[in-house]
Design a protein around this ligand. Sequence first.
Ligand code: FAD
Length: 482
Amino acid sequence: MTKYGAGVYSVYDMPHDQEIERHGLTEDRTYAEPGHEIKVVRDVDVVVVGGGPGGVAAAITAARNGAKTVLLERYGHLGGMATGGLVNIIPNLGDIYGRQWIGGFCQEYISRLAARDAASFTAPEAWGKPDPAEVTKYLKANMRHFYVRKNREGEDVAIYSAVIDPEIGKDELNIMCAEAGVELLLHSWVAAPIMDGNTVKGVLVETKSGRQALMAKVVIDSTGDGDLVRDINTEKVEYMRPGSRIAQFGFCFWIANVDIEKYDRLRTEEPEVIAEASKKITEEGGRPFFCYGLLENQTGVVWVHRLIGSLHQTEPEEMTYVDTSARAYAVKSFELLKKYMPGFEKSFIMLTAPQLGTSGGLRMIGEYYLTEEDMDLDEPYEDTIAIFADNDRGDASLEHPKTFVPYRALVPKDIEGFLVACRAFSADGEFSEFFNLIPHCMCFGQAAGAAAAIAVKKGIPVRDVPYAELKELLLKGGAILP
Ligand SMILES: Cc1cc2nc3c(=O)[nH]c(=O)nc-3n(C[C@H](O)[C@H](O)[C@H](O)COP(=O)(O)OP(=O)(O)OC[C@H]3O[C@@H](n4cnc5c(N)ncnc54)[C@H](O)[C@@H]3O)c2cc1C
């Protein structure tokens, strides 16, 4: 549980007390890879590594502002966790008082999807209000943690959050990249940075055609897990508090063909029937909890979010253990739902997330290191690039409903030609606990992309980008700033 008592996220569904043997061989043995010539396949202004929420925002913003940009993604689709991880809720766009704080790229993406009937969000007239219809809709869907908070009077109020269709979401990102002129290279797994002293000059990429090199004036790490941060000689931290939201994997899946009307009716009229079914599922080793799908026309689809504690989210042994055991647990839970829960008789698993959900990993310690204390500051920084609604800290959120983020949290201390625009931004475990979600990473991406474009145009280091110019580009892109 979070120490803030709001308890909005972090409850592990699946026990994970297994000690994994991580390195097979115990002896300290190394292998020196022989040096060899690698073909340079691109030399561009900006290379963005990772096509998740941070990466797409970074690449599209850089390209829109004139930088020749390549976006590299290891899988065959864009969106990262927001699409491939099936964590398709974009929460906390506004605060408990009904004010919207996240606009820009994130809002544009939601609006574009809404225009395609592929996103829905809390009714604007209900933001920050104890609107009974809206609040009940989300509570009934088991979505309190994304859509409903308590106000000062202790009433349930709706906050501005959205849900997107991940499949149309992938397509829309492809379209946005193409429109902006981003060169997209999928199936390209970045293995390492190319360094010249303390300057990042490019990246090495593993592809089905072998290893390739791409050179760039600015490289942006949007891998989520900080894959480039790992190999760059700069200060880093991996601290996660055991039991916290970021100290967990997620294994999400969708069950379809659920008779929600039947389930709902019994839940209201004969709650003891649902309680008995839930008890049996739990006793037999499954978990009965699920959320209703909130997308229009997806009646009968429910969303299941399995959370598994872990402090080692990039180790293949741990990931293998979690992927296999979480899958077994998910399927078992599904089979028990089908067996006991009214409404699930004809259901089936429609999809398990193609990507295992990772929430925490390596983070850079940059020019500014955000900590718990920054959440209680009510004044913006002189280089503020985003304002986040602070909704998840209970009473503290009522006192401090917004949190500012400085550009320096994306800039490394002692490395040139490099920015971080993803979960690996410069923050401790407490700050990351609340502010590394999809909308936040999109804000980091938009700022990093704009800064990279300015740096390239002016021929200056990214750390020297004038804030006034950065702010102007961000405002032009719809960002909400002080
Ligand atoms: C179970 C779970 C539930 C969550 N629920 C929500 C939610 O409902 N709402 C919300 O806002 N947030 C949620 N989050 C958090 C959110 O998903 C992430 O914080 C967010 O996606 C981070 O964006 P990112 O761009 O930093 O990284 P990611 O989404 O992880 O994207 C990183 C991208 O980089 C690619 N990549 C990684 N390494 C490489 C490499 N070496 N080379 C090339 N490509 C690479 C990946 O394939 C991926 O596409 C959840 C997280 C989990 C685990």
